[in-house]
Design a protein around this ligand. Structure first.
Ligand code: BGP
Length: 491
């Protein structure tokens, strides 16, 4: 009973939110480098500065406004961009990995910046300095017996591919991506065994992930680009197993639970329909084919995918070895169009009166995690790995430098208790638990630093002020006990 002996206790990060060094070592510009910060609680969105086709410039809300055709994102010199320094893993990786080792991490999730390896995305040759950086990072992890888990694409697209090719809409992007994948697979095949393809693939639908202009007006183009992502993900699995049969290559999805509002059958039906925004991806990546409901949806919308002859075969052969997923909160499905809504992970959610929420409105639901574990395991029968979970909160540094974060400990304790029940009582095969932002990083949704998840505090604020020194929060010592006791000591 209890978690498996080789359970991966660890933590998760992503290059564009953590690494900084945005032009160091030959790195090129990625779309994430041209997105500003914002303020989630004040409703100030993250923005992008654009040079428009007529020569004028303008800022847009990167999530709720389309990038017009012909527009080119640029860096406005009077604006602060949080990814440029982030929390500077680029220069602090040795110190940070040593701290992870102190906590007893067995695994560390990070992503590779595509533009550190291929600065423009379509380069013929990789950038050796970028490759060397990750060699050093992996060596440092392995020195402490920490298994790296690498996300190949974490909300990441070279700016050049967006501007010159319209990103994933252009089939050639699959080839550029595969060149990147082949390069890193060959280079790191003896250092990295666990991979994830596209972070939260179900949220990769906008310009910053797909590179499609006027995305909201072009659902057919979005569907086409998503098809390219799925083919690319399947090709990754096939190629990875050829390069090293021991590779474990997972998908990565945000799987929030959702409940029908009440006993009205129409709300249960609504829930099934809403769940398809997630299960479409797990169905394709685990079963190896498009589910019938998706073909019907596309047919009704007049969407016809351009497929190459062997696409369906690639999808069938490229099914994943495990399911990696993020879980933070849950939602409610209802046919009531005026139901009260709150914020959630990169989206909004209907309010559930049974749950409390964090400062950003995300509803906290540990039991929902057990439900998701059951749903995924008993649908797909693949090992599961929770590769993100955690509480975004404002931390206060006391005069003596200590940081007391009982709210974070409590959140994680409740989720680990439910995880344990899923393993012990429900028989779910769970590989690991990687709390998000194990060290403070920039928020993906709001671009803020004040929204912190870490066990380790980093001195950096929303305007780029801070000396970047690291400090252990109370949760650091708590999580150390959790790792060392294999999840038995949660006090
Ligand atoms: C997920 C992303 C992460 C991360 C996390 C927390 O959507 O995969 O990159 O940031 O959510 O979200 P936020 O940073 O918006 O609080």
């Amino acid at each position: 009973m209890g978690f498996r002996k080789d359970f991966f206790w660890g933590g998760a990060t992503a290059a564009n939110q953590y690494e900084g060094g945005y032009l160091s070592g030959g790195k090129g510009l990625a779309l994430q480098d041209v997105i500003t910060g914002g303020d989630g609680r004040q409703g100030i969105p993250r923005r992008m500065a654009l040079k428009l086709a007529d020569g004028s410039t303008k800022f847009i809300d990167r999530r709720n406004e389309d990038v017009p055709a012909g527009a080119v994102p640029y860096i406005d010199e009077n604006t602060y961009y949080p990814s440029h320094v982030a929390t500077d893993f680029y220069h602090h990786y040795k110190e940070d990995i040593a701290l992870f080792a102190q906590m007893g991490f067995k695994s560390f999730r990070m992503s590779i910046n595509w533009t550190r390896i291929f600065p423009h995305g379509d380069d013929e040759q990789p950038n050796e300095e970028g490759l060397k950086f990750y060699d050093d990072v992996f060596d440092e992890c392995l020195k402490y017996g920490i298994e790296p888990q690498v996300t190949i694409i974490h909300f990441d697209l070279p700016l050049n591919l967006a501007v010159q090719y319209e990103g994933w809409l252009d089939r050639r992007t699959i080839d550029f991506y595969m060149r990147y994948v082949e390069t890193i697979f060959n280079r790191y095949k003896d250092k990295v065994k666990y991979w994830l393809t596209f972070n939260e693939i179900n949220f990769c639908r906008d310009y910053t992930n797909l590179g499609i202009t006027e995305a909201s007006k072009r659902p057919d183009k979005v569907a086409q680009a998503v098809h390219h992502l799925l083919v690319a993900a399947a090709k990754t699995v096939i190629l990875g197993h050829e390069i090293n049969p021991d590779f474990m290559i997972g998908m990565m999805i945000n799987f929030s639970e959702s409940y029908p509002e009440d006993m009205n059958p129409l709300n249960t039906l609504q829930n099934i329909v809403e769940q398809r925004a997630r299960t479409f991806y797990t169905d394709v990546q685990c079963f190896g084919y498009y589910p019938e409901y998706k073909w019907i949806e596309y047919k009704k919308a007049g969407i016809e995918l351009n497929m190459e002859e062997d696409d369906l075969d690639i999808l069938a052969r490229g099914t994943v070895d495990y399911i990696g997923f993020s879980y933070y909160s849950s939602s409610v499905a209802t046919i009531n169009k005026t139901a009260k809504k709150t914020q959630s992970n990169l989206t909004s959610a209907v309010v559930n009166p049974y749950l409390k929420a964090n400062d950003w409105g995300w509803q906290i639901d540990p039991v929902g995690l057990r439900i998701v574990l059951n749903r995924l395991y008993y649908t797909y029968h693949k090992p599961l790995w929770i590769v993100e979970n955690g509480l975004g909160a404002i931390d206060v540094v006391e005069e003596d430098g200590s940081i007391h974060d009982p709210y974070r400990i409590d959140y994680m304790r409740q989720h680990i208790i439910e995880m344990k029940k899923a393993v012990d009582e429900d028989g779910v095969d769970l590989m690991g638990y990687m709390p998000w932002g194990c060290i403070d990083v920039v928020s993906a949704g709001t671009g803020e630093m004040r929204k912190r998840y870490g066990f380790i505090y980093v001195d950096m604020d929303d305007d780029g002020h801070g000396d970047l020194h690291r400090a252990k929060k109370d949760s650091f010592y708590w999580y150390k006990k959790v790792c060392e006791s294999n999840g038995e000591d949660l006090d």
